[in-house]
Ligand binder design. Structure first.
Ligand code: GMT
Length: 442
């Protein structure tokens, strides 16, 4: 980084889940690059708990009241964002997962009137494909996105579906900035120590040399946990094997029932939410990810980085990430028969499996340069700061105030005033204006 030090507020869901992980890693990376970082969430995010970097954490408290059937988190967050943005002179608020964070960010800036931070919204997946597109949320999410200063998505797929699903004008830029992985931490084991896994399956010692399949997720319906179990059931009928289920979520109970009904409980182990997943992934042979939709598939990328080929549904960002028959396999969504056939085929061919493990790792390495991704975000932050905020009226010429939804998306007029609008007094050499050609995945 140059001499520019930004004051960045990061807003995300702090629990286990891709959007919170990506947001936290961006926060840590920006702090590493010398920026002042503020995490604004209900709890300290999991991956920030051990850090020694000077990151400030601001908890959001949602006050309850007997009248409320649902405590209004969106409002509590908006008030907190306005307070922190003003007190800390934030340049940027980077809002991860549009619902409701984009709306809270919008409200915070309305509270602050002029001089508020630039709003960057990173769409993550179901905020578009499952929730944002619902009648209950579409119009308000759309309004907040149109009022933001920049929007990003982790894949071409999510960018493309966001326009029709959220009814966004096609001239609204959405920049593709892929998820990334720490390839040093998520790395193949130098030697495979199956004892760690064998200890999890004490009842059937005969299984101790059998293949190990893994699934990592937040166990929501979109992850198709029944398809994980169906695929495993078929694989196990042909090739005795074991399954590690890592994560926690609403589908866990159904999964346990399904496993018991099939008499597979001695071959399936629930590990729950954990921070040490690398040590387990390193001992596994394959990862299963039969999701109904997936904007990117960070869990798949982390597994690939540990050298695991992924058997996935051919949807969304998974189709962009996994090279079929090379670093993994893609099959039609819900087609557990084909997924199982792919698994059996590769598990029966140790040489090909070893090669695919290398290819999976190679593919992950293409997403393994956090600095390149951080640079993309940093450039975006600086670009938004170098031009007037798109949402607020141009205070020097209110009659010309443009809204990003309106034609043209022309910043030329406003750029005359850029230096006067620049929110950061620390910017002495503003970068060029917003890119018109968003970047794509490697
Ligand atoms: O959209 C979600 O389901 C939430 C989110 C999360 O917090 O787990 O997951 C999404 O964001 C990740 C990070 O960008 C992506 O890697 C996941 O593919 C994406 N999940 C879905 O699209 C289902």
């Amino acid at each position: 980084m140059g001499s520019v030090k930004l004051r960045i507020g990061i807003v995300c869901y702090p629990h286990f889940g891709g959007s919170g992980i990506v947001a936290t890693e961006i926060g840590l990376g920006m702090a590493q690059r010398g920026h002042q970082v503020h995490l604004i969430t209900t709890e300290m995010p999991v991956r920030a708990r051990q850090t020694t970097l000077p990151i400030q954490f601001h908890p959001v408290e949602v006050q309850d009241y007997p009248l409320f059937e649902f405590p209004p988190y969106t409002l509590a967050l908006a008030s907190r964002l306005a307070e922190i943005a003003q007190r800390e002179h934030l340049d940027i608020l980077h809002l991860h997962y549009a619902i409701p964070h984009a709306v809270s960010g919008y409200l915070a800036r309305q509270i602050l009137q002029s001089g508020g931070p630039r709003l960057i919204v990173t769409l993550h997946g179901t905020d578009v494909t499952r929730v944002g597109c619902l009648d209950s949320y579409r119009s308000v999410t759309r309004m907040a996105l149109l009022a933001s200063d920049a929007i990003t998505a982790p894949s071409r797929y999510l960018r493309e579906v966001a326009y029709p699903l959220l009814d966004l004008p096609t001239n609204l830029p959405i920049e593709v900035i892929p998820n990334f992985v720490d390839t040093q931490r998520f790395s193949p084991a130098s030697h495979r120590d199956k004892q760690r896994i064998n200890n999890l399956f004490p009842r059937i010692p005969a299984l101790h040399n059998t293949p190990i399949l893994a699934h990592v997720s937040n166990f929501r319906p979109v992850k198709r946990i029944p398809d994980v179990i169906d695929t495993f059931t078929s694989v196990n009928q042909t090739l005795p094997s074991r399954l590690l289920l890592i994560g926690e979520g609403p589908e866990r109970r159904n999964a346990a029932e399904q496993i018991e009904q099939r008499g597979l409980q001695d071959r399936v182990c629930f590990l729950g939410k954990r921070e040490d997943i690398v040590q387990y992934l390193q001992q596994c042979d394959l990862m299963l990810m039969p999701s109904e939709t997936e904007s990117f598939g960070l869990a798949a990328l982390e597994a690939m980085s540990c050298g695991l080929p992924v058997i996935a549904s051919d949807v969304g960002g998974l189709s962009e990430l996994i090279e079929h028959q090379h670093s993994g396999f893609l099959a039609p969504v819900y087609d557990t028969h084909t997924m199982a056939q792919h698994a059996i085929q590769i598990l029966r061919d140790p040489q090909r499996l070893a090669l695919m493990r290398l290819h999976a790792r190679e593919r992950a390495l293409q997403f393994g340069d956090p600095n390149a991704v951080l640079q993309q975000y940093e450039t975006l932050y600086l670009q938004t700061l170098a031009r007037p905020s798109l949402a607020s009226p141009c205070h020097l010429c209110e009659t010309h105030a443009l809204h990003p939804a309106q034609e043209p998306l022309d910043h030329a007029h406003h750029s005359q005033h850029t230096h006067l609008h620049s929110a950061s007094p620390l910017l002495d050499d503003p970068p060029p204006s917003r890119p018109s050609h968003p970047t794509d995945l490697p």
